[in-house]
Write a protein that binds this ligand. Sequence first.
Ligand code: FE
Length: 340
Amino acid sequence: MRLIHPALAGIALTALATAAAPAVAAEEVNVYSYRQPFLVEPLFKAFTDETGVKVNVLFAEKGLVERLEAEGRNTPGDLIFTVDIGRLNDVKEAGVTQPVKSETLESVIPTQYRDPAGHWFALTTRARVIYASKERVADWQNLTYESLADPRFKGKVCTRSGKHSYTVALIASMIAHHGREKAAEWLKGVKANLARKPQGNDRSQVQAIHDGICDVSLGNNYYYGAMMAKPDQKPWAEAVNVSFPNQANRGAHVNISGIALTKHAPHRANAVRLMEWLVGPHAQKIYAEQNFEYPIRSDVAWAPLLETLGTFKADELPIAKIADLRNDAARLVDEVGFDG
Ligand code: FE
């Protein structure tokens, strides 16, 4: 596996382009990744060990879609790796992907977690949970997203920006389930309950609960694992219960990490092979444990830490529906002045 870091982007592009050109190129596949090296490196190494196909990775925090657009049919990139339905949908909307028809992918990945047209596929899921103070929220197992707007939580809710893709996706799911008007009312209610202006990331909200600033916060489930693994953040995680919301009705909102095949993938066959390998039992185990996400495969064991949080009911709303409603959700955030 050859790793290419953003600082070397210019050089990397050349290297990739050269590698893609010769007729007798070694078996390889080129991945553009928004996901961090610690998450994907172990996966690609295992793939290469098992198949002999080399994986070249270009890591970046942004700009990969623009890059694919600029490279057009000369792109060396075969696959794009990312988190969040928002980003996956943006890649599709930009017209830089192509559909994949694969029995393997379709049999392993539940319908709600892949693009109906085959442009993107989920590899893992993550639940948007409510972190609830152990000391101050006794009924943490019965919380709902709707309850965050209840008067009982006046001045007790913490969250990151309403404009962050995680929040936007949750609001989109509220629109899908309740309609725009009710979702707007709810969002106003949550805003009225905020302990402070939206700020920071998911972890800093849990820190705020630990510090007594708020009682409940929104966050992705895997940050619980991440905090438990860091001695300075462990006390934050230990101050909260992880509540999977809406268990008595539709279930917890989930988002995905996923993959898409680029429109002009020069190593199409190897790329599809990697996609299919990524939903296999070995890859799924590595991927899920690395970041405390839920494997897309139902027959793969969860990370032990996730087991301790218990099973939960997930909202089965097709993730593509969330993609469709994202713009509406973002507009609501502005209308309500959620971050203001
Ligand atoms: Fe995250």
